[in-house]
Structures are given as C-alpha cells and as structure tokens.
Design a protein around this ligand. Structure first.
Ligand code: NIG
Ligand code: FE
Length: 413
C-alpha cells in the first residue's frame, strides 16, 4: 500500500538525511524543522520519501490525498502512562476539591491501593477490553507509540495479569507499546508493617517471573517519601538491571526525594514527574543521557506545583513531556491538552512542547530510530491535522482535537 500526501501546508519535524538527531535539547528545542508546501510518500508501512511540491517527482501511489491546508507531523510518543486500570476514582477527585491532599487520600488507603483493590477484582479479559478502548481513544488524538506500566496489582498474580494485558495490547495494537514493571508503586495492605518483605517479594518472586516471560521492557519505582526510599529504589533498580530491565523512574513528584540523583546513578532511561527540581537535580541531569520527563497534566489535575521546564531547557538539557494517563492523578491521555498545559503553565513554546512529545518522547522509550521524526525508513506513524493556520494552533485551540486523520504503520487509523 503506497499513500501519497500532496499539498501539505507544512511537513513538520523533518530530518536532514545525513544528520539524524536522537533527541533535541536546550535552545535547539525551540526549532521544528519543516518543509512548506510538501509531499510525503508512505510505502510498506514506512516513510518512503518526501520533499517540496516545487520539485515533486513522478511517482506511483495506490491512494493520493490532497492535504491542502493541513499539517503533517510524526505521531505523538507518550512515554509514561498507567493506561491499564480497572476503574475510575471520581470520589477522590471530589475529596480533593473538598480539601484532602493526594498524600492524605493515599494514607487513608485510597489512591493506588484503591486502584489495586479494583484491579484484583477484575478479570484479565475485562481489563484488556477497557485498556484497548482507552488506547483507541488516545490514538484518535494522535498518539502513535505508548509506554504502559503495571503497578496496580501489588501481588505476583495481579502484576503478571497487568503485564499480560499490556503484552496483548503490544501484540494487537497498530502502534508500538512498551511495558514497565512498577510493582514498587505502593506497599500493599498485607505488607504495611513489612516493607522490606514486599521489596524482597518483588525482587525474589516477581522479577524472575516477569523477566522469564519477557513481560517488561523497563523497571519502574515510585521513589518518594512515604513510598519507596532512595535505598529501596537502589536495591530494586540493581535487581532490575540483573534481569535486563533498564530503569525508568517516578522521581521528585511530591518532595526533593533524591529520585533524580538515584536515577542518574543507575543510568535510568528517564526520570519522570520532576515537580521538585532545583540546582542539585539540574546539575545531576547534566551528567548522563537520562531523559528528564515532565508530566504537567498530573500537576494540573492535582493542583500541585508545576515542573520548572524553562530552567531545565535553559540549562541546555532536553525535556520530554508525557501524559501520565492514570485514574488518580491524570485521568486523561490527551496529548493536545498536555501541549496546552505545557505552553500555558510551564511556559514552553509550542515548538518546544512538540519536540518534547515527538522526538524526545520516542527517545524516552528508546524508539527514536523508528519514530519521533519524519525521516526516510522510519515507521509511518503520522498525524494529519485539520486545516489549521499554524503549528501553534495545536496547543492554542485547547479542548478541541486538532487531529483529522492518523496513519499507523502505513495504514489509516
Ligand atoms: O504517576 N505518582 C505515582 N503514580 C502515578 C499515580 C498513581 C495513581 O494515583 O493511581 C503518577 O502520578
Ligand atoms: Fe506515573
């Protein structure tokens, strides 16, 4: 199947064929390389070729689409979600409006433990159906690659159940899916008084099974006061590495927890959340390739402080944005809305925000060689927008879906 798009108003995030980027950092984030009035040919699921309408060669296509007035971009790469969950948590939303904090709700047995109770009661089939529906919803908003975590099981059987649901999504979805093992998300009720016992269970029982079945790509830990300490995180990350799972951790969401530094020390692929980031964290981030990943839609929904994106970018570092789609702190996987929050609250420019959720999102899932930019040979996972006047219109027009059509693996989504 060969699809030819012509008269594209702007083809965005194009690569120079000789000098491909693996991420974009600092001042470079302000720039999205584009071709005005462009064509793009998709063949065999891949980006075949592209260029300016001024010198379009003769070519054969099964389908030719006039994309006049529309922008074409690489699909969003959402590198941090908890999309597999059993039930919403609307009551906690109301409790927070009335004054309870996220941490208080968690201490009372709500939050992650609430989701764990519901997940343990839900069958694998039902979980898969809910999750597939959510995945299709975010795909229609332009998400073309996604990472999904376990972490609402909190016992061996239910963690494996979640990871098998993610594997089934991987096998059946038309977009790449990465899986992270996050049993270290909260202490289950039975281990409230035996925290080391739960960590031993993760390391001695769960990890060998998860790795043995090849169910996860990454090892995740919620490194936070009241959850997993820096010392706990170190033990867990070391054990993950022994089983071939690289770290991708929840760091510095609620406190200056040391999560960034421990992530850097253990060569995490990304450290995520980062509401609490100061000079020491920024200095640490300069010494490695770990991707700083910001989740401002969760900060928005919880009403907590935002991540200091400007300071991170102005220090010359890359920034990745992800939704954190989950039933507690961010019941939305809507990337266009995430872009609006990043622009209005974190003061990222539209170009910076789009870089953060395309190339840098791909890098945070180690998918930058296949996705995240328009380059010959990359996977044809693409967004065709509605007719819009500018790239800035995507975050500007908030609450509306800028995506008219998507192409995944060279086929219309
Ligand atoms: O990334 N902070 C920890 N974990 C999730 C939220 C989990 C939940 O509340 O269900 C997050 O925000
Ligand atoms: Fe999260």
């Amino acid at each position: 199947m060969r699809i030819l798009l012509t008269n594209i108003k702007q083809l965005c995030q194009v690569e120079d064929s000789l000098d491909r980027r693996s991420r974009v950092a600092g001042a470079d984030m302000a720039h999205i390389p584009c071709i005005e009035n462009a064509w793009l040919l998709v063949a065999k699921g891949l980006i075949h070729s592209y260029g300016s309408m001024d010198d379009m060669p003769e070519m054969h296509a099964d389908e030719t689409i006039d994309a006049g007035g529309r922008f074409v971009l690489p699909a969003w790469c959402d590198s941090h979600t908890h999309l597999v969950f059993a039930a919403p948590r609307d009551q906690e939303f109301v409790d927070r409006i009335k004054g309870l904090s996220y941490e208080e709700i968690a201490r009372r047995g709500g939050g992650i433990l609430n989701s764990a109770r519901r997940l343990n009661e839900t069958s694998e089939e039902e979980l898969y159906e809910h999750s597939l529906r959510r995945l299709h919803e975010v795909m229609a908003q332009g998400t073309g690659a996604i990472e999904i975590k376990s972490g609402y099981g909190l016992n061996t059987e239910a963690e494996l159940k979640m990871l098998r649901v993610i594997r089934k999504l991987k096998e059946n979805a038309p977009v790449p899916v990465k899986a992270s093992f996050l049993a270290a998300h909260a202490y289950p009720v039975d281990y409230k008084e035996d925290k080391q016992g739960y960590i031993n269970l993760i390391i001695d029982e769960m990890l060998p099974k998860v790795a043995g079945e090849g169910l996860a790509d990454y090892m995740d830990v919620f490194c936070e006061e009241g959850f997993f300490s820096v010392a706990d995180t170190e033990r867990l990350l070391e054990a993950g590495w022994k089983h071939g799972l690289k770290p991708k951790i929840h760091a510095n969401q609620l406190h200056y927890s040391g999560g960034v530094q421990v992530g850097m020390k253990h060569r995490a692929v990304s450290v995520d959340h980062l509401e609490c980031v100061g000079d020491a964290e920024i200095e640490a981030l300069k010494h490695g390739d770990t991707m700083p990943t910001l989740l401002p839609a969760a900060a928005f929904f919880l009403g907590i402080q935002y991540q200091p994106a400007r300071r991170i970018i102005d220090a010359g570092l890359p920034v990745c944005l992800a939704t954190d789609y989950n039933p507690g702190s961010c019941p939305s996987g809507n990337v266009p809305l995430l872009l609006t929050i990043a622009c209005t609250q974190l003061k990222m420019t539209p170009e910076e925000a789009i870089n953060a959720v395309t190339l840098n999102g791909a890098a945070a899932m180690e998918l930058h060689q296949q996705l995240g930019t328009i380059a010959t040979g990359k996977k044809a996972n693409l967004i065709v927008t509605r007719p819009i006047p500018s790239l800035a219109h995507i975050p500007y027009d908030f609450g509306n879906n800028p995506v008219e059509k998507v192409i995944f693996g060279g086929k219309w989504g």
